[in-house]
Ligand binder design. Structure first.
Ligand code: NDP
Length: 448
């Protein structure tokens, strides 16, 4: 529990105002715990009640999304957008379409996004949105109908200088296309109001690859700096097989490592000679199929039912890239026992609080999500920049900038962690470094 009285009171207030929102409370607790030393050293934080202001979203909207399915039936889902903090720029953060989406998940993601966006060094505030709509098994027409209805409400809350959504779980290039089409139809404006757009209508090269590539640039820099090591000849496990997981795997191979296992929400595949990522791409990106189909292409590989068991595969490096709280303390212990030296989070909050604490206290190199997966939003920032200029950079130009941003994020949070006395606690380093920029911007802008 907290040692600082002000921090404790702020947290108790968040618990009282947001009962039962376990993911949001988990994210707030982790950040506040990291900020105690900063609060003790800067009396302005309490005087200006900065902490109570950063844990309360500037705006939270929830709305009905009605649409017609292929049988002619009217379906109703709930849509959300949280605009958490605009101190350093327009709200920015993805949209998630998944049946598990609720207010708690949207708020946890929006809260984390504020610090992540701050770490990128780009002028972006924090936001997030989505719906409990499940795209799985829906026809293209149903996806389009849902996206059009969703945007028919969302459009009034967003704008290129106000709030710029992007993709997340369940929202890829297809969904962004339908959402953008509807925005344009309503507003009659071709502007960069969404990122992750297709290349033919304002998208950025390397945005698709950015989160996974960025995760590996961050991990590589961490290995080099803290262990004088690299991905070369390392065995890697990656959970998930979506956008982040696939491009993390591509970059692991480019950097000389080998991916032994990948998963989806049903189970995982294990290929001891190294997963062929082109086959995974074919299954997931082209056929929108299940990961178990991999064994039809590579009979020597193994499929294991149950995605959680993936952490039992022996590895040097683990990259959780599926979803929140997918790796618990027992998994963390198994990974460490099996000789894992580094864990970097591609997904948002994939490690439970206890798992993350276990890694830190055992001096496993641990890259927290808000730093390690910031490459996606950083490249979205670069997409906004290109849209404003009405110009495109080459793949190499964007990728070089991404690499530089990720390495700078590592340097920034590592030096902050060292300054606060624990070089292995990059969670604290990331929270403090992300917070400091928001703090300065909020202090400069007066009470709002
Ligand atoms: P995708 O929808 O492309 O892929 C998600 C993957 O995770 C799929 O393999 C999916 O399996 C699996 N998954 C989803 N929910 C669960 C669950 N409850 N249990 C186990 N597995 C699950 O999403 P992304 O790759 O875009 O996102 C993955 C993570 O990365 C999320 O936490 C997201 O917030 C985070 N992230 C994404 C960014 C981006 O640019 N896309 C940027 C920064 C963070 P299945 O197919 O069976 O559902």
């Amino acid at each position: 529990m907290f040692k600082n009285e002000y921090v404790r009171k702020v947290y108790e207030d968040v618990v009282r105002k947001n009962p039962n929102e376990k993911e949001f409370l988990q994210a707030v607790y982790e950040v506040l715990e990291s900020l105690e030393d900063v609060v003790e050293n800067n009396s302005e934080i309490e005087k200006q009640n900065i902490l109570s202001r950063i844990v309360e979203p500037e705006r939270f909207v929830s709305f009905r999304v009605a649409w017609v399915d292929d049988e002619g039936k009217v379906q109703v889902n709930r849509g959300y957008r949280v605009q958490f903090n605009s101190a350093i720029g327009p709200y920015k953060g993805g949209l998630r379409f998944h049946p598990s989406v609720n207010a708690s998940i949207i708020k946890f993601l929006g809260f984390e996004q504020c610090f992540k966006n701050s770490l990128t060094g780009l002028p972006m505030g924090g936001g997030k949105g989505g719906s409990d709509f499940d795209p799985k098994g829906k026809s293209n027409r149903e996806i389009m109908a849902f996206c059009q209805s969703f945007m028919s409400e969302l459009y009034r809350h967003i704008g290129e200088n106000t709030d710029v959504p992007a993709g997340d779980i369940g929202v890829g290039a297809r969904e962004i296309g339908y959402l953008y089409g509807q925005y344009k139809r309503i507003k009659n404006e071709s502007v960069g109001v969404l990122t992750g757009k297709g290349l033919s209508y304002g998208g950025s090269l390397a945005r698709t690859e950015a989160t996974g590539f960025g995760l590996c640039y961050f991990t590589q820099k961490m290995l080099q700096t803290m262990k004088n090591d690299s991905f070369e000849n390392k065995n890697v496990i990656i959970s998930g097989s979506g956008n982040v997981a696939i491009y993390a795997a591509v970059k692991v191979y480019e950097l000389g490592g080998k991916v032994l296992a990948m998963s989806d929400s049903n189970g995982y595949i294990y290929d001891k000679s190294g997963i062929d990522i082109n086959i995974v791409k074919e299954i997931k990106e082209v056929k929108r199929g299940r990961i178990k189909e991999y064994v039809n292409y590579v009979p020597s590989a193994k499929y294991v039912e149950g995605c959680k068991n993936i952490w039992q595969v022996k590895c040097d490096i683990a990259l959780p890239c599926a979803t929140q709280n997918e790796l618990d303390e027992d998994d963390a212990k198994t990974l460490v026992k099996n000789g894992c030296i580094a864990v970097c989070e591609g997904a948002n909050m994939p490690s439970t609080a206890k798992a993350a604490a276990y890694f830190v206290s055992n001096h496993i190199l641990f890259g927290p999500a808000k730093a390690a997966n910031a490459g996606g939003v950083a490249t979205s920032g670069l997409e906004m920049c290109q849209n404003s200029m009405r110009y495109y950079w080459s793949f190499k130009e964007v990728d070089d900038k991404l690499k530089e941003i990720m390495e700078n994020i590592f340097i920034n949070i590592y030096s902050t962690a060292k300054k606060y006395g624990d070089e292995y606690n990059l969670i604290k380093g990331a929270n403090i470094a992300g917070f400091e920029k928001i703090l300065n911007a909020m202090l400069a802008q007066g009470v709002y």
